[in-house]
Design a protein around this ligand. Sequence first.
Ligand code: FAD
Length: 288
Amino acid sequence: MGEVRFIREPTVRLVGRQTVNVGALEDFLAESGAPGWHTDARTAAEELIEVAGRCCYESWKNPRPGGNKAYIGHILEVGHGSVCEHAVWNFIVTGVSRSLSHELVRHRVGLGISQLSQRYVDESDVAFVVPPALLDHHAEWEAWAARYREWEGDKKLPYPGKSAKADLYETWLTGIGSGLNAYRLLVDFLMGEHAHIEDKTTRRKVVRETARSVLPNATETKLFLTFNARSLRHFLELRGSTGADAEIRRLALAILKIMQVEAPNIFADYRLEQVGGVEQIVTEHRKV
Ligand SMILES: Cc1cc2nc3c(=O)[nH]c(=O)nc-3n(C[C@H](O)[C@H](O)[C@H](O)COP(=O)(O)OP(=O)(O)OC[C@H]3O[C@@H](n4cnc5c(N)ncnc54)[C@H](O)[C@@H]3O)c2cc1C
């Protein structure tokens, strides 16, 4: 199947965060009899959640001891989660599989998704995501493949034996390879079959939407995601649990790591717990 790229872990980039329009907020605060109101929040997301909460009760003059951290902590405690919907972040996630994206789209509320199109974009050189449970197997196979190449260059070397794990990985690889080969063949032949479609974009779409049916679930996809704090918390709780698929759990853990630095007052209540050798995300404040 020629040179094929394999991906061992996802890349998560936080590409967008909010800003506070200070002038407009100060204008509103002055009108509300609270000129000069101030919070110790370090980020716009945390500040906006507090402002939204205080808007509900006009509680500008009752600073909570402990500042923004305590304010948001209280919101999480009492489950006043709707104010968390005002904090929003944008992520670009690459190195994840189509099986992962299939699970992700089940999150219907508060999550915007833009996904790489398999109709507009040719997948002949696509990468594949190695499932977490096959990462060791992948490493053993790569080590074996390197020894095999050495042996090919010098047949006097002892023939390299393949471990059981490397052997099993090869079974996975065979599945991937046959899907990819079939895709490439179908694209070639279908292009000829649909040559009568004059518009190049339309022709390619017809060809690729047909050929993609043979691509495996491990095919890499790329996602632009927009979560609000409430929907992100819900995602982290569901997909960071031991029952979740290993690849999406790994993504949840990677996002949590970023968010605990980005907005600690909103995500600091989460901790990681080992359950049966698997790391899971836990909190006292589920589904706020
Ligand atoms: C470990 C695990 C295993 C899973 N296994 C399967 C499986 O085998 N098969 C399968 O199909 N799915 C499975 N799922 C997906 C799961 O059923 C949910 O579709 C997914 O987790 C999204 O959760 P959600 O509906 O709470 O989130 P969202 O769709 O984001 O909704 C958020 C919340 O909004 C409310 N809400 C949303 N829509 C409605 C509505 N129409 N009416 C009323 N309230 C609503 C609910 O309170 C919901 O929790 C699994 C999920 C996990 C975490």
